[in-house]
Design a protein around this ligand. Sequence first.
Ligand SMILES: NC(=O)c1ccc[n+]([C@@H]2O[C@H](COP(=O)([O-])OP(=O)(O)OC[C@H]3O[C@@H](n4cnc5c(N)ncnc54)[C@H](O)[C@@H]3O)[C@@H](O)[C@H]2O)c1
Ligand SMILES: O=CCCC(=O)O
Length: 560
Amino acid sequence: MRLLLSSQIARTLLSLSSRAMSSSSYKSLLREKAFVNGQWVNAANRESFPVYNPANGELVCKVPDMGAADATAAIAHAQVAFEAWRGKTPSQRAALLHSWERLIQDRCEDLAALMTLENGKPLAESRGEVAYGASFIRWFAEEGIRVTGQTLQGPTPDKRIFTLKQPQGVCGMITPWNFPAAMITRKAGAALAAGCTVVIKPAEDTPLTALALCQLAADALLPPGALNVVTCSRSRAAEVGRVLTTDPAVKHVSFTGSTDTGKLLLAQASSTVKRVTMELGGNAPFIVFDSADVDKAVAGLIQAKFRNTGQTCVCPNRIFLQRRVSQKFLAKLCERVAEMKVGDGFEVCWLLGCWGIASSAHGLMRKQFSTSNQGEFDKGSEGELHKRSEGGIAQAAGTQLGPLINAAAESKLERLLADAKQRGGRVLAGGQSVKVGSGAGHFFQPTVVSGLGRDSACFREEIFGPLVAAFEFDSEADVVELANDCRVGLAGYFYSADVGQCWRVAEQLNVGMVGVNESMVSSCIAPFGGWNESGLGSESGVGYGIEEYLNLKTVVLNLA
Ligand SMILES: NC(=O)c1ccc[n+]([C@@H]2O[C@H](COP(=O)([O-])OP(=O)(O)OC[C@H]3O[C@@H](n4cnc5c(N)ncnc54)[C@H](O)[C@@H]3O)[C@@H](O)[C@H]2O)c1
Ligand SMILES: O=CCCC(=O)O
């Protein structure tokens, strides 16, 4: 009887907490207009397009479906704003960026709810992304203050050479739906700190987080025109993208998204020889050597593979298991996978829900959240933000896997799975789509397939979903060759207890980022970028991220 009662109470609390989170907390930051020159504006054509909740297919709201004329106008405003913004001292810019970052952190709960609403990721992951996104603004505010040049003796005694670094101008940015906040702040934080102004076209699936960030930038008193967001539907993306990549006033195009789109934008940007930053698709190898700590490797795979329901560019894609450890690894992995909960991202466990309701009602949530790691890290330090941004899977006590972004993503998973089975792959866990609520969302079980070979589609393609594709190997040389048999090269991971092997393999993988006995390679501190068809340039890191938005100028001074 007592058990029945407490489970009923738990269910009521769960539904109350879910509803409380999903129905109201985001509304104060929901904006249904685009943001240009500090104003909330409609499209010149007065058209709009719908934004849906991927968990249930319900309409959230409509936002302006802008076209070429709107993009051109936004660039013109950003150009005017650039003259004033570049004239501020780095410290003045940093002060404004710090205010923006603080407001983002203060409104973490509202931003996270909005993000879960339009992207579907579990609330714990959305909170993590807000912290992660804020960390870039803070980081670049500080980077901007420390931009330095060189002083050199010239080739003759009467000459001195100096290098200056100056902001490039207006930057056009096109961003994806999978990290609706962080993919914007990693770019815009760097550009603004460098003295550039920006025009952003966010992904059509997730414009609301971008617009909420604009409201907070306005609240932080960033000057009008410094940060502009032009929203448009998928059918107008090419039109707006063409303006951002060809208008002569735009000096830099920064893109995060698929390799195919990146190639197209690169070609367009070449017409006016713009600077480019390209963060494109990946196909990360995740290697487990016989000497590895298997529990650690399984935990690492769970964290990296299922982040954002497997829809992350640095997600492990091809899992290479050395033959002796393979069965043990797969057995432990399947045990963990069987426990994972697929559902609406707003579903939190009743205890967390209770805490959420109580603490938000008393205005305590922010305090609780920001002091949770005290003693270990200072509030807002990179360490603390990183810890929070790692949240997600590990901290999610309710839903761990949200919906896929759309029907096309589900069809792709089904195609990859059918191909794997047809080539002799064995499905060890999952393998089905899941009906959640009304059934209008696209949910998929976490799935493990083993026994795959180089001929499988999972080897060649970026899976971008919760499907673990496992391959076996014999030797270090074999697996390095397999891992490098790929045209992209974003991230790679391996687990080994052999120090010599750690050095050798880290050096031999043809990727931009390597995790050695570690599955989280991203932070504002580490340079982020890919090799080969995974992209050009780096974001974040010491010097690298901000340098993308600075022009180098050489000054030769004759003393005679
Ligand atoms: N390397 C990274 O940092 C990184 C980060 C996140 C995602 N990604 C990659 O992004 C892909 C998933 O995102 P996606 O499916 O949304 O990618 P996508 O290339 O389809 O879309 C990304 C953005 O480009 C826009 N776009 C699409 N076609 C366009 C065109 N012709 N002109 C201008 N803009 C256009 C979209 O509207 C969206 O804003 C994956 O391949 C993933 O690996 C890479
Ligand atoms: O999806 C790509 C970005 C993820 C990250 O920054 O770690």
